[in-house]
Design a protein around this ligand. Structure first.
Ligand code: SAM
Length: 259
C-alpha cells in the first residue's frame, strides 16, 4: 500500500521495536485499549490477543480491510472510522472506569491530539505514544531548558512523564525524516498540585508562552489591571520558561480572582 504523507503514515515494520513495545506496554486480559491510528495493524495485532478489547480510531478508509483481515481471529476489535481530532476521549469504553491508550501518532497532528487526549486524562490509566523525539523531549522538559514550554507545563500538570526509548527512522516504512521516541504518561489520579480553575491555568500558560521572551509582567498587563499584579505570589520579572508547574498553579490561583 502506498503510504499517504498527508496522513502522516509511517508504518512500523521493525519486529525488534514491536517486541520492545510489547514488553513496556505489557497488555493483559483485564485491560481495555484505545489505539489512535492503527493503520495496517502493527501495534493492534501485537496488543489484541492479550487484552479484553481494543477500540481503534482510524481516518483512512483504504487501510480498514487489511486491518480487519489481520485482526479477525485475534480478539475483540472495534474500528471507529473517524478523525481522532473529532473524538471525545472521555466517552470511550463508557462501561469501564479506565482504558489504556496507545498510538504511533501521525506526527503532523500530534500536539493538538495530545492536548485533546489530556482532557480525558481522568479516564486513561496510562498511555504510550510514538512521537517525534523533539515532542517527547518537550513533554519531559524541565524549567529553564530551551524546550520547556506550554506542552511541558500542561502535560506535567496532568501526568507523570517517562521517556522510554528512541526509535530509528529505519524502523518505519517509509522512514520519517526525524528521530522518534516512545513516551509513557501516567495521568495523576490525585495531582501533586491542583489548580482552583483549570481553564484559567490553561489560558494563562498559553498567554505567557505566546510571548515566551517577555517578562511575565509585560504579557500579563494585556489581560489584568496592573494594580492587581502587585501581590503576585510569583516574581513577575521572570520569563514563563523559568516557572515550575507549581509556580504556574500558584499564579493562576492568584490571578483567577481578577479575571
Ligand atoms: N499504527 C500504525 C503503525 O504503527 O504502523 C500506523 C501509524 S502511522 C504513523 C499513523 C496512522 O494514523 C495512519 O494509519 C493514519 O492513517 C492515521 N491517521 C492520520 N490522521 C488521523 C486522524 N486525524 N485520525 C485518525 N487516524 C489518523
Amino acid at each position: 500500500m502506498r503510504a499517504k504523507k498527508y496522513l502522516g503514515q509511517h508504518f512500523l515494520t521493525d519486529s525488534a521495536v514491536l517486541e520492545q513495545l510489547q514488553r513496556v506496554i505489557a497488555p493483559n486480559k483485564q485491560d481495555v485499549f484505545v489505539e489512535i491510528g492503527p493503520g495496517l495493524g502493527a501495534l493492534t495485532t501485537m496488543i489484541l490477543p492479550h487484552c479484553q478489547g481494543l477500540q481503534a480510531i482510524e481516518i483512512d478508509t483504504d487501510v480498514l480491510a487489511t486491518l480487519q483481515y489481520r485482526c479477525q481471529h485475534l480478539g475483540k476489535l472495534t474500528i471507529l472510522h473517524q478523525d481522532a481530532l473529532q473524538v471525545d476521549f472521555s466517552t470511550l469504553w463508557p462501561d469501564k472506569p479506565y482504558y489504556r491508550l496507545v498510538g504511533n501518532l501521525p506526527y503532523n497532528i500530534s500536539t493538538p491530539l495530545i492536548f485533546q487526549v489530556l482532557e480525558a486524562a481522568h479516564r486513561i490509566h496510562d498511555l504510550h505514544f510514538m512521537l517525534q523525539k523533539e515532542v517527547t523531549e518537550r513533554m519531559a522538559a524541565k524549567p529553564g531548558s530551551k524546550t520547556y514550554g506550554r506542552l511541558s507545563v500542561m502535560v506535567q500538570y496532568m501526568a507523570e512523564v517517562h521517556e522510554l526509548f528512541d526509535v530509528n527512522p529505519t524502523a518505519f516504512s517509509p522512514p520519517p525524516k526525524v528521530e522518534s521516541a516512545i513516551v509513557k504518561l501516567i495521568p495523576y489520579q490525585k495531582k501533586p498540585v491542583q489548580a482552583k480553575n483549570e481553564t484559567h491555568l490553561a489560558a494563562l500558560v498559553l498567554q505567557t508562552f505566546t510571548q515566551r521572551r517577555k517578562m511575565l509582567r509585560a504579557s500579563l498587563k494585556a489581560h489584568y489591571v496592573e494594580a492587581n499584579l502587585h501581590k503576585s505570589p510569583v516574581d513577575l520579572t521572570l520569563r514563563p520558561e523559568q516557572l515550575s508547574v507549581a509556580d504556574f498553579v500558584a499564579l493562576s490561583d492568584y490571578l483567577a480572582a481578577f479575571s
